[in-house]
Design a protein around this ligand. Sequence first.
Ligand code: CA
Length: 518
Amino acid sequence: MKPLFVQVNSRDNVAIIVNAEGVAASAEFSSGLRTSEAIPQSHKVTLAPIEAGQPVVRYGEVIGHAKAEIAAGSWVREDMLSLPMPPPLDELPLATAVPAPLAPLDGYTFEGYRNPDGTVGTKNVLGITTTVQCVAPTVNYAVERIRKEILPRFPNVDDVVAITHTYGCGVAIDAPGAEVPIRTLRHISRHANFGGAPLIVSLGCEKLQPARLFPDVRLLSGSVASLPLLEADPYVIRLQDAELRGFGNIIGAIMRFAEMRMEELNRRRRVTCPAADLVVGLQCGGSDAFSGVTCNPAVGYAADLLVRAGATVMFSEVTEVRDAVHLLTPRAINEEVGRALIREMRWYDDYLLRGSADRSANPTPGNKRGGLSNVVEKALGSVAKAGSSALMGVATHGDRVTTKGLIFAATPASDFICGTQQLASMNLHVFTTGEGSPYGLALAPVIKVSSRTALAERWHDLVDLDAGRIATGEATIADVGWDLFRMMLDVASGRRKTWADHWGLHNALAPFNPGPVT
Ligand code: CA
């Protein structure tokens, strides 16, 4: 392969090396540019000399300033750039460049499980909610037995999942911020893929009482001997209740309720639903400098297709939006939505400040190995996932999204925390990766898209879709975007299994707790 770079914007004075083996010193590109040193794949080469103090431009935006002069054809490493200030939040244009509505896209459907509340499941799963970590091993023990002894008798049920977490007790439950994990767990417990009322296992003495988790509904509990059959209300099994005598009795109670719920779930059937019923959560993890050129723009293209089909698409990860927020507030459908986006950025700035940190704490060693110099470059590549449509709404941490179109759902960027929070709403997850992560979730299918072909080849049985073809010119952003859109419909229909589901790779749930622990 001849020396090849990819320049995203005509204003850019740096570009990314495409060649898998990198380029040697004195390599000549077709433009006539010659490298002054060897440069690895996905790292940046200067297209023109950059004087000290001058901006380094990628995606048409300033990603930093040169600390000293950088000659043309040089390898731009992270320590050669100074980090720019984040866009000031009180000077942002609101709803000043609202994109025109995209042309409707009709006729695309998937086979899903329609629920009475209007949500649609992409899997048929029994979920067992826990109110506190203390009961998690007990519930896990019961789940193992349920999987062996009960699940095989219900062929229409995909799985049984314990919603376990580290929250529930030893926390300042009335402190500001406590509502975040509680809200997240509340919505996850009513996930579209569970199809009905939550089954709750509580200890009894914990801070997060079941009535606090579900304040608006009647909770049933009581004697195991007088169970209400197929009751639609959430049911609570409280381990400290007097009638539960011994571990065997406790496991028996959980299994008996599980079996009743499974009888209900086993009657669910997939029906044809419009693509509008998809609620897709987008996320990146282990990004590299290609992410913003290949997988994220392809996901952005697919996001536009989903918006055109009437679906809901969520992008998240506050610290990866913060430095690109000035590109998003003009796209807000109205000033109120723009202000809500700024509110979430400000909340997170304050949260990081309390920990004596800022958004520069975001990039990982892997990100830097993959050629990303700093959080600004990472953010500019990350927001490509948001496509080109108007921003229709903003959801705060752990809230359930009900608006259609493109939504910013605030979450931390941490993969497993972001995924957990998006589960408050999403029935399908798209995860882009450059460095590679075997990430998956038990509650919703996770489609993994690689930024580079080398990763898709090395992890041929973990990566679902290769967007690296875009960098070498073998496919366009639109080609991969359409491939992803069709794959989403197949996966949501259960016609195609993601690799994470094939292997049963399911990360632990990790609700975000910004509040104090006691
Ligand atoms: Ca992430």
